[in-house]
Ligand binder design. Structure first.
Ligand code: ZN
Length: 334
């Protein structure tokens, strides 16, 4: 199998950051998400690149009534109650016209109508699987809601991105999470990079949180952890639910560190080239709201990435696929 280029975007608007920032504090980024979706669709059409939009279930609702219709009885009982979005629902608007920060059906429809991309799930309520207090039954009910609301719009959800990447694919303790995905017909998920700096919760280095954060930051510009590309057939030999691990977060353009932007791009191009030559997968991800500020600069970086893809496609047969498209190819080899 040839190498593959996979992009997954955590499409969430305010539901991905509600516990960290208010709408007011992040308004520029959040209010431009609709325009960012339009530009993503146009640019990916130009270079024939496929994207998986891993979408929070709340965004599928046309209004508050529909959002409430799909709320599970078993909501997450996090010990830290601030992590639950449910108490916020009373204060949101009635529909996307009233409140474009908490609804997103028009964006979902545009992606669906484009026809070249995949709509996957990012859980119904931006569910945190590793937060104490929640249970596997609650996760099961959340996924049921996510799959059901998508189905009501004619969308069959087949792939998932765990909010805040809370999945340790190799740990037996997370196996029940994958069993839930399998039960609901979800065939793939985005795992984390292998390097320990991306697995801080699972390492004894967790106490040196600042150093790890710094290493992750530096790794965006210079190679600390290598290309993070994967032989996806080898790592999924007998998996029911396919792990398509992340290769790289596409960090938003930083005015402060703008002199290092060329290094960021070079690092991505090198890893893509490595994947294309070795017939491996390069999996890039970010959030549409990351492009909501300095939008032109961010799209200019992305266009360079897409040009690299085009050239690797012509030279090595490197292929763009959605998460489910690649999963189907992997499954055909099992
Ligand atoms: Zn998220």
């Amino acid at each position: 199998m040839k190498g593959h280029f996979v992009i997954s975007l955590d499409y969430e608007i305010h539901w991905g950051v509600f516990d960290k920032r208010t709408v007011e504090e992040y308004k520029e980024n959040l209010s431009n998400v609709g325009k960012v979706i339009d530009r993503l669709l146009a640019l990916s059409d130009k270079y024939n690149v496929k994207i998986t939009f891993s979408t929070v279930g709340f965004l599928f609702a046309k209004d508050k009534k529909e959002l409430f219709d799909y709320i599970p009885i078993n909501k997450p009982t996090y010990l830290n109650e601030k992590l639950s979005p449910y108490p916020l629902l009373d204060g949101i608007g009635n529909n996307e016209n009233d409140d474009p920060f908490h609804y997103g059906l028009s964006g979902v429809n545009k992606i669906q109508n484009n026809g070249n991309h995949e709509i996957g799930t990012h859980t119904y309520c931006h569910y945190y699987c590793h937060i104490p207090g929640q249970t596997i039954e609650q996760f099961d009910d959340d996924i049921n809601s996510a799959v059901s609301i998508a189905k009501s719009k004619g969308i069959e959800v087949k792939s998932l991105v765990f909010p805040r990447n809370m999945i340790d694919a190799h740990k037996p303790s997370d196996k029940p999470l994958l069993n839930v995905l399998n039960k609901h017909g979800i065939t793939s998920f985005r795992g984390k990079e292998n390097s320990f700096i991306y697995n801080i919760h699972t390492t004894k280095f967790y106490k040196n949180w600042f150093i790890l954060k710094l290493l992750k930051f530096l790794d965006a510009y210079i190679s600390i952890t290598g290309p993070n590309t994967y032989d996806v057939i080898k790592i999924n030999k007998s998996s029911k639910v396919i792990n398509l691990p992340s290769s790289r977060l596409l960090r938003a353009y930083s005015y402060k560190f703008r002199m290092f932007e060329p290094f960021k791009l070079k690092r991505i191009k090198r890893a893509m080239t490595h994947a294309a030559k070795k017939n491996e997968m390069f999996h890039l991800w970010w959030h549409p709201h990351n492009f909501g500020a300095q939008t032109d600069e961010n799209f200019s970086t992305l266009e360079e990435v897409f040009k690299t893809y085009k050239s690797l496609n012509e030279t090595y047969g490197f292929q763009s696929e959605t998460m489910t498209g690649l999963t189907n190819k992997i499954k055909a080899t099992q």
